[in-house]
Design a binder for this molecule. Structure first.
Ligand code: AKG
Length: 265
């Protein structure tokens, strides 16, 4: 799928673009049906909520072990816009499924950029990585959507603090301080990224973002497919396969029907 010059400009300026209904209802149902099996895994790739160990906060690496996710990351509709935006061939640095269940059990995410742990721990040289955020459920104002500060990626790597709790659970999240956040939000505003299930946001890895906990009764799952430019491969192998993929082979697209084909097997 070819994105327009206006979409490229919007991404460069604001740090993200949203493409509505990029995946069909049937494709989304195929992905949704894979979630219970993913969350039932017992390995370290499943990170649990610290105050509620029965609830998975995120599942790393679903594209390695779940066929619908393996196909999702290779759909031309997903890969081609990323190649255009990064002006390079791409590979998956890391994938994550955030299930964000309702009734307050799906916890919030403090304001952060995604690039700092990839840079400081994984040795990713430049912020040439995109979080492709696939809306697996409807993301509405009431289901704790992703909140983003438009244009914040232009500030580069911000001063941030490693969150001790996140460190203990294997997910190195760097939080932005209050003063910095106020400055950025006064300058760029804060926008919720909202859309139906099947919509996809392409987000620069230095965009400052966060979310509240999900107090609605509805699940709000998003899959984050983090694509890196192949010329920007990581230099460290400290973190495991599910956090820092060491295979920089350019991803090849498969048929755009590949996900849909799973409905017929
Ligand atoms: O899914 C969310 O609510 C936020 C997740 C997030 O910020 C992240 O995984 O970096």
């Amino acid at each position: 799928m070819k994105i327009t010059d206006e979409q490229v400009e919007e991404f460069d300026e604001r740090g993200y673009i949203l493409i509505r209904d990029l995946l069909s209802q049937t494709e989304i149902e195929i992905i949704q049906s894979a979630i219970p099996e993913i969350l039932a895994r017992s390995g370290p790739e499943i990170v649990r909520e610290s105050d509620n160990p029965d609830t998975a906060r995120l599942a790393f690496g679903p594209h390695y072990y779940s066929e619908p996710f393996a196909r999702l990351v290779q759909l031309p509709r997903i890969i081609e816009p990323v190649r255009t935006l990064l002006r390079d061939e791409v590979y998956i640095h890391q994938s994550r499924l955030n299930p964000k269940p309702g009734f307050g059990t799906g916890g919030g995410w403090e304001w952060h950029q995604d690039f700092p742990p990839w840079h400081t721990i994984d040795g990713m040289p430049e912020p040439r990585c995109i979080m492709v955020s696939v809306f697996i459920d409807d993301c509405t104002p009431v289901t704790s959507p992703l909140l983003a500060i438009p244009g914040s990626q232009k500030h580069g790597l911000l001063d941030s603090k490693l969150h001790e709790d996140a460190k203990g659970r294997g997910y190195a999240l760097h939080h932005i301080g209050q003063e910095e956040l106020s400055k950025l939000a006064d300058e760029g505003g804060i926008e919720p990224i909202i859309g139906n299930a099947g919509s996809v946001a392409f987000v620069h890895c230095n965009v400052v973002h966060g979310s509240a906990n999900n107090v609605s009764p509805w699940r709000r799952a998003i899959a984050y497919l983090n694509f890196n430019a192949t010329s920007n491969g990581c230099t460290s192998d400290e973190r495991p396969w599910y956090q820092n993929n060491r295979d920089f082979t350019p991803l090849k697209s498969i048929s755009d029907n590949a996900l849909l084909d799973l409905a017929n097997v």
